[in-house]
Design a protein around this ligand. Sequence first.
Ligand code: F6P
Length: 364
Amino acid sequence: MTKKVLILTGGGDCPGLNAVIRGIAKRARKEKDWEVYGSIEAFNGVLRDPQEIVKLTSKRTAGIHIKGGTILKTTNKANPIKYPVPQPDGSIKFEDRSAELVKKLKDLNFDAIINIGGDGSQKISKALYDQGIPIIGVPKTIDNDLAATDVTFGFQTAVQIATDSFDKLVTTAESHHRCMIMEVMGRDAGWIALHTAIAGGAEICLIPEIPYDIQKLVKRIALRYKNGRGFCNIVIAEGAKPKDGTVVSQKGEKGSEHVRLGGVAYQLAAQLKAAGCTAEIRETVLGHTQRGGTPVAFDRVLASLYGVKAFELVLEKKFGHMVSLINNQITSVSLEEATQGGRFIQKEDYLIQAAKGLGITFGD
Ligand code: F6P
């Protein structure tokens, strides 16, 4: 009898999502009795009336591993447990639609669901598994901050994009004797900032895990200048904040559970000036360029392996698990374990010590 697996992508997009989808589909096609489907825009494809569920034929998945984004579309406003419902007065009320979703999934007779997404999506996977849905998680985020996996796909692509931009800012900083501040993504963890700072050769790297002292930064920048000549390159993660300060954020869009970060580069420039920094400063916010475009080879490989493994977990009926990379081995962890906190940089990490050895200042 034919069996059916349903794939969906949730949360922010990330280079490598299509490679996971293709990996699952190709592995499933090796088993004669499996059909592969995709739900459009995370669980919205199932919840909507009419439903939007597409059959992932080989024509649909051929060659997609090199494409950025997700052929299944995505959203961060479809959490079935806290589903945003617009009210007549224009406000939003969050409703629990998980029981409705579980019923719809059961009526659709899927033998397995594969949910590709970040921490929020895997919490949803866990909640659905606890309600009897045969689900497997695949970890995704450019921020690389998920617990229970050493690396997430998309991270290397984001670091490469950030490093390429950083290299360009170095030459213009040098030409104009300027201090360039480059802001990268990294809501709670500074992995992209730290890797970019090491790869690019930054003087200063500011990350959410280490609140910075502005006076120390002013001193470090001054050391780079003699008689007004010199230059300095700073990488700052969007979630970085000064000691006793707060992150720069604005209200999220209607229906989003998160505040929007971004703009911390401008705050830092103002703080440096106010603290007596005399260097000419320019700010660059990379934003979503880090999430777009084609994945680098490493991410294509990791995402493809995650896809194949996810389907193998389906064959093993190892539901309630998430694929992961631990000590260079593709393996799996329970969703329970996968959803316990995140993976953050520790001050004692060798990466921090090595960065300091390279002369990078964190402002601590
Ligand atoms: O979680 C990944 C991330 O890239 C964060 O670093 C960033 O704050 C967020 O997504 C941006 O999300 P959105 O696309 O909703 O603006």
